[in-house]
Design a binder for this molecule. Sequence first.
Ligand code: SAM
Ligand code: SF4
Length: 336
Amino acid sequence: MGVAQAMSPDLIDGFGRTIRYLRISVTDRCDLRCRYCMAEKMTFLPRNRLLALEEIAIIAERFIGLGVRKIRLSGGEPLVRRDVIELTRRLGGHVGDTLDELTMTTNGTRLAEHAEALFDAGMRRVNVSLDSLDPVNFRYITRHGDLTQVLGGITAAKTAGLAVKINMVALKDLNEAEIAPMLDWCVAEGHDLTLIETMPMGAIDEDRTDRFVPLTAVFERLGDQFDLQRDVAGTGGPARYWRVDESATRLGLISPLTVNFCDGCNRVRLTTEGKLYSCLGHDDQVDLKMALREGGVAALDDAIRLAIAGKPARHDFRIERGSAPAVARHMSVTGG
Ligand code: SAM
Ligand code: SF4
């Protein structure tokens, strides 16, 4: 019997929330250095501390066995990990059966190369981070990024049959004025757009307070330009959605600093080192790699349940000038 077939009761936390969604950071490395995400000089984990592909697959399949219906591969940049397509194929084999959806969040730099393989593996949607449509600004925000390459990746994804959702972090004085044009572009291209508030995770080279834009204010301004109708068909995630100008495009807002979404949280996150974080905004974690290596699948199940039982009620994110990040690790470690 495969690991995923050994069905157990659902994972329910101490606040009655059922866990259906696992995000996996397959690498903490990245080929970009987005200013709000990483410092220019980052120290990455030595490769011998990372989970092996087989270990990621076993852990993911245990989560599927425990009721998880959606898995997102993220990072760092997931497509810089050499064996990520192999992992996608393995997990993609569960889609339509014990798994509803396998998705990925990527910066798009290597999407042109891999889009078809992702589709063939069973993936149907990807989130692509795109904080600017201006090549100079894009390069400034990402420190290394080539906009043409990313737009080529998005086109390749669409051609391969993957639905694309654009992720855009709203950044004061950097891309705030580009939000409405980005939404126009998404409507024209048939992409969804999710706007994200910058979250205080990991040290970067500047104070995030200087870049913070409350999405409540952005939304009000967008409402003057676009017909925004609330779409109640949510994803059980932190985003709230609106239909834009009666088009196929949905606008999503992830605004953890201005609107708390924790009551409906159905997700947990596995780091590239095998640590399970039950909340993005807390430092508590359970070491699944150690559990698996020392006690096998039975110990793994116990460790997963322990982590879920300890899932905090809500995150503690606050943006205050000069304050240390709410959590020391970067978003790239837990997979945004
Ligand atoms: N490298 C991939 C990418 O950029 O899409 C996947 C990993 S990245 C950490 C996932 C998402 O988190 C991206 O959309 C990125 O913009 C967002 N992100 C990173 N750091 C963030 C922060 N401090 N606050 C809010 N969003 C952040
Ligand atoms: Fe890399 Fe994604 Fe972080 Fe940008 S947001 S530095 S692409 S992990």
